[in-house]
Design a protein around this ligand. Sequence first.
Ligand code: NDP
Length: 327
Amino acid sequence: STAPVKVTVTGAAGQIGYALLFRIASGQLLGPDTPVRLSLLEITPALKAAEGTAMELDDCAFPLLAGIDISDDANTAFDGTSVALLVGARPRGPGMERGDLLSANGGIFKPQGEALNKGAADDIRVLVVGNPANTNALIAQSHAPDIPAERFTAMTRLDHNRAVTQIAQKLGVGVSDVHKLTIWGNHSATQYPDLFHAEVGGRSAAEQVEQEWLENTFIPTVAKRGAAIIDARGASSAASAANAAIDHVHTWVHGTPEGDWTSAAIVSDGSYGVPEGLISSFPVTSDGTSWKIVQGLEIDDFSRAKIDASVAELSEEREAVRSLGLI
Ligand code: NDP
């Protein structure tokens, strides 16, 4: 049997952590043949709650779960880890300025980047879920100079999955009939869900809907879905965010299907005019080891303007964390 793979989850006692850990332990992240050793990182006041979650994990008697460690020390939690899911982050409080938010998150993601750099396994893959996810990933990445930058990613798979369902429901097809959908840019309200390259039934999805619906219903519904969930549920999305994190890593490790792609925020190599080094969402494929940006897509003026607007926001966030000395 194979040796257990260490998977670290930060913010493990939070809502997303609660929806995530049981699925990792049951084998849905790395597959049914890979035992996992879970490492839960939490802030000190949340350690007791994390212990409660660990008790429940024990009580599931998952055959693939080789052990659980709990810590409030990043160096311990990331030592030898192969998969790091960075969920814990500082949420924007009432009246909080962007600079305060970025500073607070710099205080979390800088030491985590350093700890990953020091102790993570050679095959480390990092997914940042905690918001502002793209820029938090950039902060961690910039403090891990010995880890290839491409191993740091941020999650736009939830936005991707939301967009897939919206177009499938509109066209009365199943979600499996939707291919080549892309989320571009930042995981924020400026993100651009692209139907022009998406295919349903072998034809462009955009050609099967009215431009009016695409612009005024589809894009805002996807971009504002998080707020709509909070409004309906009285709490932010957690199970669907956890599901998307599982999807992201599962696709990274197992690869994208031939002829299709998914969306992930990865370090830009300058493709599609996205400044090098920004962690921005692209159409991506995985061969089971690394992500590759799908090349050669034609970008029309409508898409160009949407992509540029979201990428401009990422550039501003990078400037802001630079001037705060966080990268
Ligand atoms: P959640 O588990 O609900 O959310 C965690 C993070 O995920 C937030 O930053 C949240 O952003 C983000 N997120 C990204 N996408 C989504 C989405 N689609 N829907 C909802 N959230 C999304 O937060 P909790 O407050 O329940 O738990 C956070 C935990 O993290 C706490 O237990 C806290 O103690 C811990 N923490 C741990 C740290 C560490 O390990 N060092 C550091 C900081 C906190 P948004 O707020 O924008 O919704």
